[in-house]
Every structure is written in C-alpha cells, then in structure tokens.
Design a protein around this ligand. Structure first.
Ligand SMILES: NC(=O)c1ccc[n+]([C@@H]2O[C@H](COP(=O)([O-])OP(=O)(O)OC[C@H]3O[C@@H](n4cnc5c(N)ncnc54)[C@H](OP(=O)(O)O)[C@@H]3O)[C@@H](O)[C@H]2O)c1
Length: 355
C-alpha cells in the first residue's frame, strides 16, 4: 500500500455568451460535463452564471494535466457536445495554470470516512461530498492516478493504494486510516466489479473476482474496522444496487446481482449483531448511474451511452442518476441525524426498481 499527496493540475476557463435560452444551454452543458466526468484526469467542473445577465456564463474545469484535457476533447463524442454548445453560445476558451488555491482548512476534529473505490465514479463523488461537509477522507483503490485525481484540491482527502481482494489489505487500510487520521467514523464499502455475462459465459475466475471484491472485501474491511467503529460509535454504509432488490432477477448479471443480495443480507444482519457495540449498518442501492462503470467493465463509449439512454428512459425519473446524487445520499445516511435508520437498504434509483 502506498500513500499519495495531491498536486495542482490545470484549470480550463471558458466564458460563454448565450444565443439561446439559459435552460437549453445549461442542459447541453450538463451533458458535456457528464461526458467529461468519465474521462481520465478530470477533477471537477463548475459553471458560474452572471448574477445580473443570465446570458453570460463562466466555466471552470480542473484537470490533472493539460494532456488529459486535450485527449478528452479529441474524442469523437466530445465533438458532438462541442457542436451542441456552439449552436447555443459563443465561447472564449483559455487554459491557465493555477498560482494559488485557497480552501478552508480541514477540521482537525472532523469525522473520518474510509471510502473504498474512491478513485472513480460514485466513490469519488462520495469522497468529495464528505470532504465538502467537513469530513476527513481516506480513499482506497488499486489505481494511484485515479485516487490522486480524487484528492486533487482537497487537503482533507488522503489516498491508499490497495487491492482489497488480497489477504491483509483490509488490516493495512484500517491501520493507514488510524495512522493518518487517528480514528474511523464511517466506512463506505463501495468498491465493486460488475462482470456482466450469462452463467455459460463466465469462468470460475470471473466468479471469484466478483465475490472477492463485492462480498469478501467488505466483510474483511468491516471486521478489521470493528474496534475503531465501536470506539467512535460509527456507521458502515454498504453500496448495493437497486437491480437486485426484492425478488428481482437479473439475467446476464446473476453473480454480480447475487453478490449484492448477499451484501444486503450482511447489512441487515450486521445491523442487529453490531447494535450492542454501538455500530450502525445501512445500505444504499443506486439505480443506473452515469459513473463510467460500463466503460471500465469493457463496453465501448457508444455502447455505454446507448445503455444509459435506454435505462434512463425506463426509470420513472426519465433519466439515469449522477454520482453526486448518490454521494449526497451516502453522506446523509451516515449523519447522526439519520441514526434511527438501521439495517435498511435505501434505493436511490429514480423509481427504476418500482417498474
Ligand atoms: N454505476 C451504476 O450504475 C451502479 C448502479 C448500482 C450500483 N452501483 C455500485 O456502486 C458502486 C460504485 O460503482 P461505480 O459505478 O462508481 O463504478 P466504478 O467507478 O467502476 O467504481 C468501482 C471502484 O472499485 C474499485 N475497485 C475495484 N476492484 C477493487 C479492488 N480489488 N480493490 C480496491 N478497489 C477496487 C475501482 O478502482 P480500481 O479499479 O482503481 O481499483 C473503482 O474505483 C459499486 O458498488 C457498484 O456495484 C453502481
């Protein structure tokens, strides 16, 4: 396991003067942002509207380096987004290197949160949401670059590179959290792999990878963190999926779905088993979220975009979710004010699991 500290990155600044309605422009910009958020090296996007003139906007996009931004804007999918924005606004793009960034110092007594799979997607958004609410966060994953991307610009986020399927990794992660922050208040078991395919398509290796990552790793990490969680009166949040809630079936993802059903069983049982030790255990079941997981699991950009469009149209909300929406719910479930919720797995899926 290695530990990294955040660097500076570059900031891309655009001013936009609209030739269409703000609503149309903001919708097109949101689609572009979702594309950008899936690209390696992306840190964050902020769109600022002029307080008096609704036709003027500034876009601030932070990237790990100029090369990452250049690769993202060279992809064919971006050209479509750029054309859509050009039809709605004229823009003046510039690239800057930051001289100084000022953020509030992290609270030295803020709660400490461990987020597995914190380098990408929902885990990254969850780490940012916790950090913005004053928590200190250790993000865990196998890829140093993505973890660094999460920590960029956040003094309160530290990284730990670990393959959670390996023996001893859970204990090392807990030891690292205690070394860096001295306590653990919240453990978010978010890391997972989703290897889609029918029973016949998959080998024992595929099954073992999914069970080891999605089930054995949360078991090992929660066990390793028990004493720390007991000392803080802490909370475990297990990230499930709304696709396997209730008596649903999931042809083409049976082992992935089974790993999440089993995780939900652990959530309920641990809630009862660990209540006497003052530890609360809850689950969060996202619906389909535009986190880039499909591409990381082997789909092409086009296939993933088609999948998201199809699933978004099936959800009563009429769209897929964003990682930030899921991250916000995870932070809320971990709050003291949510303390009367225990052993429950909360679907946040735009109503998809009701259809
Ligand atoms: N996106 C969705 O539509 C959706 C829907 C329902 C539920 N979920 C659940 O939400 C959670 C987050 O998914 P996501 O969409 O954000 O996907 P993601 O970006 O692919 O996140 C998975 C994370 O797990 C990490 N990881 C995988 N294997 C690991 C290992 N052996 N050790 C340590 N870290 C490991 C990955 O990082 P490295 O590869 O760098 O290790 C990655 O950061 C998962 O539990 C997923 O099942 C997602």
């Amino acid at each position: 396991m290695t530990v990294q500290v955040p660097g500076d990155g570059v900031t891309f600044v655009n001013t936009f003067t609209l030739s269409a309605s703000p609503a149309e422009f903001e919708a097109a910009f949101a689609r572009t942002s979702q594309y950008m958020a899936r690209q390696p090296g992306f840190i964050e996007h902020t769109l600022v509207r002029h307080t008096k003139d609704p036709g003027r906007y500034v876009n601030l996009a932070r990237w790990r380096d100029a090369g990452s931004l250049q690769r993202a804007v060279a992809r064919p999918e971006f050209l479509e987004h750029a054309a859509a924005l050009r039809a709605l606004a004229s823009s003046d793009p510039q690239l800057y290197t930051p001289l100084r960034t000022v953020r509030p110092a992290p609270a030295e007594d803020g709660p400490v949160v461990v987020v597995t799979g914190g380098g990408t997607g929902i885990g990254r958004a969850t780490a940012h949401a916790f950090a913005e609410q004053g928590a200190r966060v250790l993000v865990v994953g196998r890829t140093p670059e993505s973890l660094t991307g999460t920590a960029e610009g956040y003094d309160s986020i530290r990284t730990a590179v670990a393959d959670l399927t390996t023996e001893g990794a859970a204990e090392e992660v807990v030891a690292e959290a205690l070394r860096v922050f001295g306590r653990i208040d919240v453990l978010v078991n978010n890391a997972a792999v989703a290897l889609h395919g029918t029973l016949a398509d998959h080998s024992r290796k595929h099954d073992e990878t999914q069970i080891a990552t999605n089930l054995l790793a949360p078991i090992a990490l929660t066990r390793a963190a028990l004493e720390s969680l007991e000392a803080s009166g802490g909370t475990v949040v297990n990230v499930s999926t709304s696709g396997s809630l209730g008596l649903r079936t999931w042809p083409g993802a049976s082992v992935y779905g089974a790993s999440k059903v089993a995780l939900d069983f652990l959530t309920r049982t641990w809630a009862v088993e660990l209540a006497p030790r003052g530890i609360r255990v809850v689950g969060l079941a996202p619906g389909v979220v535009d986190s880039g997981i499909g591409v990381r699991m082997g789909m092409s950009q086009e296939q993933y975009a088609g999948f998201l469009a199809e699933m978004g149209s099936r959800a009563p909300a009429g769209r897929v979710g964003t990682p930030a929406e899921i991250g916000w719910w995870i932070t809320q479930l971990a709050r003291d004010e949510a303390g009367y919720a225990n052993g429950v797995v909360v679907p946040v899926d735009g109503g998809l699991s009701l259809t």
